[in-house]
Design a protein around this ligand. Structure first.
Ligand code: ASP
Length: 304
């Protein structure tokens, strides 16, 4: 059974129609890989690469800028045989998810951050790439003006509330989960993180178990407030329940806890039969889903 589900982040504002086009493009690209007999990990990488190249999304080109106006990107990928790779705070590459895959397949490590991640990228021939899109730069200038006007130095205490609220400024982290004809599930997630983040701040996206998880039963990718998602190991929490329940049912067993934790987030999951699960505690999540029996969905919002 071939199936793929992708997301483009969870947020407060209704995204413009072009967002759905971006989701559909990624979905089609990932599904095409599966149709041609490619693996689920290839499909996840390709789908995420498409969104990393689209400046509408907060990943790769288009990533949100940190407090100092730089882009630091995080990504992780995992397969149902428990192999996984992740990078965090990596700079100046085009496709962080591809680097996470290299960490999984070509190193003995699971998680490499900062300069080390860039060293691997360089050694493996990833070309230098400037991920700052004009739209992200403009947004950074507006956000700086709005939230830290007059601040001469870092005042993190003052910024804390802002960090917790800024989810309303729109999110665009991307993720995908795919199932191939060999029954292998892969999931991945890629992000530029949050607007005006502290340099070095890392959210859930590259954390195996929080942002991304996969087992022989299912895979999942999370999006939203990374600080909270890490605490509740969201992706693993849902995937583990899919040993017992179908994905959407598994979600009913975690959603109240997620709400009680006041965790603004969303998640996509896919099981080994190609069934999907989606939830969001934000008003919107952008998702697309395609399965070989024709089941299809592209939406800005799913469920309540
Ligand atoms: N989870 C990401 C982070 O905290 C942000 C997002 O999903 O939009 O870095």
């Amino acid at each position: 059974m071939k199936a793929i589900i992708v997301h483009g982040g969870a947020g407060y504002d209704l995204p413009p129609p072009e967002f759905a086009d971006g989701i559909k493009k990624a979905l089609d690209a990932g599904y095409e890989v599966l149709e041609k007999g490619g693996s689920s990990v290839d499909a996840v990488e390709v789908a995420i690469n498409v969104m990393e190249d689209d400046p509408q999304f907060d990943a790769g080109y288009g990533s949100f800028l940190n407090l100092f106006g730089e882009v630091e990107m995080d990504a992780s990928i995992m397969k149902s045989d428990y192999s996984c790779g992740a990078v965090a705070s990596v700079k100046n590459i085009q496709h962080p998810i591809s680097l996470a895959r290299k960490v999984m397949e070509e190193t003995e490590h699971v998680f490499v951050v900062g300069e080390g991640a860039n060293l691997i990228a360089e050694a493996l021939g990833f070309p230098y790439f400037d991920p700052i899109a004009p739209s992200s730069k403009k947004k950074w200038e507006e956000m700086k003006e709005k939230f830290i006007k007059g601040e001469k130095k870092l005042a993190y205490g003052k910024l804390r509330d802002f960090y917790l609220k800024k989810i309303s400024e729109g999110l665009g982290t991307v993720g995908a989960v795919a199932l191939d004809d060999n029954g292998i599930i892969a999931s991945g997630t890629s992000t530029g993180g949050i607007h005006l983040k502290l340099p070095g701040r890392v959210g859930d996206t590259p954390i195996i178990g929080a942002g991304t998880y996969a087992t022989p039963w299912a895979g999942a990718s999370s999006t939203g407030q990374g600080e909270c998602i890490i605490k509740i190991t969201l992706a693993k929490r849902v995937v583990d329940l899919i040993e017992k329940y179908k994905p959407q049912e598994a979600i009913t067993h975690v959603i109240n806890f997620v709400k009680d934790m006041k965790c603004l987030c969303g998640l996509i999951a896919l099981d080994r039969e190609g069934n999907f699960g989606i939830f969001h505690t934000t008003p919107f999540i952008r998702v697309g889903y395609k399965r070989e029996d024709g089941a299809f969905l592209v939406t800005n919002k799913y469920g309540g």
